[in-house]
Design a protein around this ligand. Sequence first.
Ligand SMILES: *Cc1c(COP(=O)(O)O)cnc(C)c1O
Length: 396
Amino acid sequence: MRIYADNAATTKVSPKVIEVMLPYFDKVYGNPSSLHTRGQEAAEALYEAREKIASLIGAEAREIYFTSGGSEADNQAIMSAARAGAKKDKKHIVSTKFEHHAVLHTLKRLEREGFEVTLVDVNENGIVKAEDIEKAIKEDTCLVTVMFANNEIGTIQPIAEIGALCHEKGVLFHTDAVQAAGHLDLDVKALSVDMLSASAHKFHGPKGVGFLYCKRGVVLKPLIEGGAQERGKRAGTENIPSIMGMAVALEEATSKIKENTEKLIPMRDKLIHGLEKIPHSRINGDKEKRLPGNVNICFEGIEGESLLLLLDAKGIEASSGSACTSGSLDPSHVLLSIGLPHDVAHGSLRVTISEETTDEEIDYIIKSVGEVVEYLRGISPVWEELIKGKREFILK
Ligand SMILES: *Cc1c(COP(=O)(O)O)cnc(C)c1O
């Protein structure tokens, strides 16, 4: 049995999406900038994809800009708002401690350029409070950027509330909706967002393509210079097959949100209940306000990497927010942001299921994680100290 339980990292491309993409490689392969028939066929397809995506999020076609993915959309939204802000002497940005690195590292770059960044705390359940965002906004704030749903712990943020207060205060609001798109309803008007990032490979579309919604009237500056594609905001010949695939993937995923949510929540909760029975463990993130497919849990006394490798040997593909996976010695900034001590954060496991996950797979995951945790604790010097009382348990 091989079980894919890492859908927050990426998803399988849906068969319908692959089918839709194929003709754009060898039949409708023109460059949309070309004036001849083949070029104009591609231009029409591009327009169709733009309209489709716009209508799925309550936007207009001209408010959608295609990018190479979520990272680029995040970079462009933030850099653009910062450049526009600097012109008006507004060089302060508000965000949160547990954003994706595409946001955090862009903000770091801006700090080096002289911008001031306030990273608001999230609570121990992994939710940012709208009132804390409000308190952080100053006279010279040019942007607030808060993710819709966290990629590690799956918690869903009060985006509509934050959007409303940003509008009241006249501050631009961007949301990284990469984990939310195709999984939660997105209506840019109801959410009061000015900019929103999404990435196709997180909702059963292809990798390397995403989009940025930017509300009409909001200044958008290009990140990549060159031709006049995307109305001069993103140079480079459009990736038509992927863009067509993304539009259909978003349509398919959006049409199945209700059905998938109803299917996934009971499986997610079964997984949570099964795993939290393991002694000295803790579920990370709010149990209600979380993505239907996300489970994140810490086990005291073990290392996340060992857990992942042994689970992989049992055919289970999951993820961890612990050190080596991210190539650094520090555990995930997300787990630290919700107040977990380093020792506990190192023993984390993220299981992200999809609508293809079965009940048998859930049972197998619960059983296997239990066995692997027990085995690893049996050979762990830290665990030995804990049970001998030489060290205090942090998780009861
Ligand atoms: C995956 C992800 C990104 C990056 O998207 P790419 O398309 O892989 O560049 C950004 N933000 C969040 C929350 C993500 O989960």
